[in-house]
Design a protein around this ligand. Structure first.
Ligand code: 13P
Length: 254
């Protein structure tokens, strides 16, 4: 087993306004979550202040789903890293494939966001992954290499990488454990190339794409898979908790 702690993060996407988010978190706080696994939830912006209050005394981390690269300015509709830090948000997702495909995110803009977030001491979950067309076209590893190249200069201590093959997101079609391991091992090599060997050993690489309670253990059991970035299954307290427990069993060597 590696020294890296498992991390299970929930990306709620555009789900759960303040009322639903509060009810969900009250439910999650009732669960006896295992200490061996780090847990983060990423509600939509509008629910972050309520979530920050509810989670302030817990060890569940709080993340945003995106962040701008400037501290303030004429950027209508954007939210900055200092604004997030001010209310106690400690994490942010950057470069999610939905941002890339629907909102014009590029490797470069994702990297700018990540750098700025880290300057404000936020931890970054940097998402990357190939489309179905790219996988079928045999260019998966070229794409991952290009996407990972922009991690250069980031602080490894505040970095988590999430491998999310686009064809597995919200489709019910999960990467096989072997496919996930192959991509994660490749990405660890790229992290070594851009951030150094020590960083490559320390940086957690999460798998994302149709993770459910029933497949979490086999995915997280791969040597280079350090947990998951969970979409749909993170919207239900029972299924999210079950995924966290699957990681805890693996951490305990069970
Ligand atoms: P699903 O778990 O719903 O496939 O979403 C994965 C994802 O995009 C997490 O960021």
């Amino acid at each position: 087993m590696s020294a890296r702690r498992y991390l299970v993060a929930g990306n709620w996407k555009m789900h759960m306004g303040v009322g639903e988010a509060s009810a969900f978190l009250e439910g999650l706080l009732q669960e006896e979550l295992p200490d061996a696994v780090d847990v983060v939830v990423c509600p939509p912006y509008i629910s972050l202040p309520a979530a920050a209050m509810l989670l302030s005394a817990s060890r569940i981390g709080l993340g945003a789903q995106n962040v701008h690269w400037e501290a303030s300015g004429a950027f209508t509709g954007e939210i900055s890293a200092p604004m997030l830090a001010e209310i106690g948000v400690g994490w942010t997702i950057v470069g999610h494939s939905e941002r890339r495909s629907y909102f014009g995110e590029t490797d470069e803009t994702a990297a700018r966001r990540a750098r700025r977030a880290q300057e404000e001491e936020l931890r970054v979950i940097f998402c990357l992954g190939e489309t179905l067309e790219e996988r079928d076209g045999g260019v998966t590893f070229e794409v991952l290499e290009r996407q990972a190249a922009v991690l250069e200069g980031l602080d490894a201590e505040r970095l988590v990488v999430a491998y999310e093959p686009v064809w597995a997101i919200g489709t019910g079609r999960t990467a096989s454990p072997a496919q996930a391991q192959e991509a994660h091992a490749f990405l660890r090599g790229r992290i070594a190339a851009v951030l150094g060997e020590e960083a490559a050993r320390a940086v957690r690489i999460l798998y994302g794409g149709s993770v459910k309670p029933g497949n979490a253990a086999e995915l997280f059991g791969q040597p280079d898979v350090d947990g998951g970035l969970i979409g749909g299954a993170s919207l239900d307290v029972q299924s999210f908790s079950a995924i966290i427990r699957a990681a805890a069993h693996l951490a305990a060597g069970e």
